[in-house]
Design a protein around this ligand. Structure first.
Ligand SMILES: [Zn+2]
Length: 130
C-alpha cells in the first residue's frame, strides 16, 4: 500500500497514512485539532500524472519545499495548476521567463530555481535541520 501525505490547513498538522490506491480518501477530519480537515497532498509519484498536460510543472514540483507551511507552497503542492504555479513563483520571489525571452511553452527560470534550492539547503544546514 502506498503512503500518502496529508496536511491540515487549520492547524498545519502533517500525517503520513497508508491506503490502498483505490481507497485513498481526498480528505478526512483532522485528528490533531478536531476542527480542521486533513487533505491529501500531491506526491511526486502522483505528479507524474501531470506529465502529459504540463511536463514543466513536474520539474517545478521537484524543487518545491515540501516542508514549507507557507500558504502559496501548500496550495501549489495540493493543486499544481498554472495559476497556483504563478502564485508560488511570486511567493518565492521568482518570476517566470517573460514571453519573448523564449519561444513556445512556459519555462521555469531554472538557474534561479537551483539557486533558491541551494540557498534553502544552506539555511537548513545552518539551522540544524539537516
Ligand atoms: Zn488540524
Amino acid at each position: 500500500m502506498p503512503l500518502y501525505d496529508f496536511h491540515c490547513e487549520a492547524c498545519g498538522h502533517e500525517a503520513e497514512l497508508l491506503f490502498p490506491i483505490s481507497a485513498c480518501p481526498e480528505s478526512m477530519p483532522c485528528e490533531e485539532c478536531q476542527g480542521g480537515t486533513l487533505r491529501k497532498v500531491i506526491s511526486l509519484g502522483r505528479a507524474s500524472v501531470l506529465r502529459e498536460e504540463a511536463p514543466w510543472l513536474r520539474d517545478v514540483l521537484t524543487v518545491v519545499d515540501k516542508d514549507s507551511n507557507a500558504p502559496h507552497v501548500r496550495q501549489f503542492l495540493q493543486d499544481p495548476t498554472r495559476g497556483n504555479y504563478k502564485a508560488w513563483l511570486q511567493g518565492e520571489g521568482l518570476r517566470p521567463v517573460e514571453s519573448g525571452e523564449r519561444q513556445g511553452r512556459p519555462t521555469v527560470d531554472r538557474a534561479r530555481l537551483r539557486e533558491a534550492g541551494k540557498r534553502r539547503f544552506f539555511e537548513q544546514c545552518r539551522s540544524g535541520r539537516i
